[in-house]
Design a protein. Structure first.
Length: 310
């Protein structure tokens, strides 16, 4: 058996590493990413078996992955990248057939997820959309939550053993596209709560409160949330947070802006009211368009608010 992985970015790289480690005694691996430095490093780090030096192979295109692997996982930034990898020249679609299981862990709009699934199923492949929650820390620890959409529970059961090597909570959400629904709703709430936490921490600090003390009170009171307790945006509150690392790594500002854009677009399509979601989306758009903030973690909303409140 050979497993393929396409997209070795901040999330994809640790996910691919965990998947490789989980199946290294059962399967070979083939990878593809446009960043050749990343694929070269993955090859160097994992082709360490003296008796099987070709355990990992770097493909020249997504098509090569489809031709050589029967199980394929993709982890890509946005819908346009999914469209290119699946439907573009030398894309996955050209090489897929009835023996393939394809899991797309990207966060994209629901219509793209259902389009990919429909075309793959017409070729006889099993298609699963499985966007994730848990950030880079969860990807590294293998504790991600997967929100899974598939044509049937049978397809979900086939995909689950692979997802379990990369995550802790594997949740079946129903038909193809439903995984994306769960993800964009989750990330809209996350984006809003991060701004609310950033505003709260800024207010407390400006009023003279020690930030660690304030965070401790919030996290044992009714204001407690993931953004305050696990990923507090105020530098120095949490030892290993992105905020304490100068907001480097983590979940990038453009990705949060993109996810909130998906949520707002979905709200327009379904005639839903998302006033806070739309306001949050505008703020992340501004930060993502700013050269100082575009490469920072989304929790840099705290820094943005602090600097723009003077």
């Amino acid at each position: 058996m050979r497993i393929g992985f396409v997209g070795l970015g901040n999330m994809g790289l640790p996910m691919a590493t965990n998947l490789f480690n989980g199946f290294k005694n059962e399967a070979d691996f083939i990878i593809y990413d446009i960043n050749q430095t990343t694929t070269s490093n993955f090859l160097k780090d994992h082709n360490t078996d003296a008796n099987n030096k070709d355990k990992v192979k770097v493909a020249k295109s997504p098509l090569e992955v489809a031709k050589e692997a029967t199980v394929i996982v993709t982890m890509l930034p946005a819908s346009q990248h999914v469209e290119s990898v699946y439907f573009g020249k030398d894309g996955l679609l050209e090489g897929l057939g009835e023996n393939h299981l394809v899991v797309d862990a990207s966060t994209i709009d629901q219509s793209m997820a259902t389009r990919v699934a429909k075309v793959l199923q017409e070729k006889g492949a099993k298609a699963v959309d499985a966007p994730v929650s848990g950030g880079t820390g969860g990807a590294q620890a293998g504790t991600l939550t997967f929100m899974v959409g598939s044509r049937s529970t049978e397809d979900f059961d086939v995909a689950k053993p692979y997802l379990e090597k990369m995550g802790k909570n594997i949740v079946y959400c129903g038909t193809n596209g439903n995984g994306q629904v769960a993800k964009i709703c989750n990330n809209m709430l996350l984006g809003i709560s991060m701004i609310a936490t950033s505003e709260t921490m800024n207010l407390g600090v400006r009023m003279g409160m020690d930030p660690k003390l304030l965070a401790g009170i919030l996290n044992t009171s009714s204001g407690r949330c993931w953004s305050s307790e696990v990923y507090n945006p105020c530098p120095g509150v949490l030892e290993n947070s992105a905020a304490t690392r100068g907001y480097t790594g983590g979940f990038g500002m453009p990705l949060m802006a993109k996810d909130l854009r998906l949520a707002v677009n979905a709200a327009v399509d379904t005639k839903s009211t998302v006033m806070l979601g739309a306001l949050a989306q505008q703020l992340y758009n501004q930060m993502a368009a700013n050269k100082e903030f575009e490469h920072l973690d989304f929790s840099a909303a705290y820094k943005w608010l602090a600097e723009n409140s003077k």
